[in-house]
Design a protein around this ligand. Sequence first.
Ligand code: SAM
Ligand code: SF4
Length: 354
Amino acid sequence: MSPATESATEFASGAVLLDAFGRRAEDLRISLTDKCSLRCTYCMPAEGLAWLPARAVLSDDEIVRLASVFLGLGVRTIRLTGGEPLVRAGVAGLVGRLAGLQPRPELSLTTNALALADRAEELARSGLDRVNVSLDTLDRERFHTLTRRDRLADVLAGLAAAQAAGLTPVKVNAVLMRDENLAEAPELLAWALRAGYQLRFIEHMPLDADHRWTLADMVTADEVLELLGRSFRLRPVGHRGHAPAEEFEVLDGPGRADWAPVLDGGHHRVGIIASVTRPFCRDCDRLRLTADGQLRTCLFGHQETDLRGALRGGADDAELAELIRQAVRAKPAGHGINAPGFRQPERPMSAIGG
Ligand code: SAM
Ligand code: SF4
């Protein structure tokens, strides 16, 4: 069958999720909990948040059931996130069950890595394919200030364990803030190149629980590239498909002789996720399922579809699939952060699932 015929057949059978702008949703982020073991200043207040009651959170059975409905609708990749997904009990068991679904999804995990050193091996054995680790600084004091916990050593141990367990390529996500860690960006890149991790800088987004974000204060992709360009020779990779990161080959830079080899014969890379100044909404293929079972089609949207209510109310798979299709059809064209009248979502990133 030609790709065009295959696509038309899939669509006719309802096995793809198309929105009103022709985008196909294939990537599902599932938040396993809204709780977290860190308190990153750009994400959560020091005292934490009003956590969801246990009965509100989807059980493993409910997650597996919903995931299988999404896979039947053409979703191909599932990323487990939170809050901090590894504070939930039994994540490896859940990974194993998701890996057993048909068609098997590609499975990844976004984590602060505090608990990864002891779990990486078991997660890999259970079927996890890759991890993204969030780390904004290599300085112990600054890590303590930024996350309000003195746990840098655990993150570094978690990263090493992930690499040893084959959860590769290990990606590292860093949020830069002008007065805190912006100047450290070149050092972070040099470290990642030496260690063999793929570093991506994320623009700070208006998703902090304290609502302190301002467009004027945020560090832009242009600024980061200008700063990196002073020490590294970068070349844009070009086509990025649905990936949120704009990628750059790192052709040369300090300590070049010590950079880890690139295993797949490709190039050393760095990425920028510029959701604010270079939005990629036109290519967005993502859906989000919150820990309490609400489907969100846009990180910045105000609409949620209550899949948990339907599930617990006895909906069958066909009814759940129809609810999902309707939600996707109503996915907004873009997040509108830069538009007048933009209103930050009520829930912060940790509660939606990053
Ligand atoms: N706790 C896990 C972690 O930190 O990797 C997973 C959830 S966390 C919400 C997912 C990602 O969102 C992290 O990479 C974090 O840096 C990012 N994040 C949180 N708040 C953000 C904000 N206001 N702007 C940009 N990124 C943010
Ligand atoms: Fe926790 Fe991740 Fe938010 Fe940091 S970014 S507070 S690790 S959920």
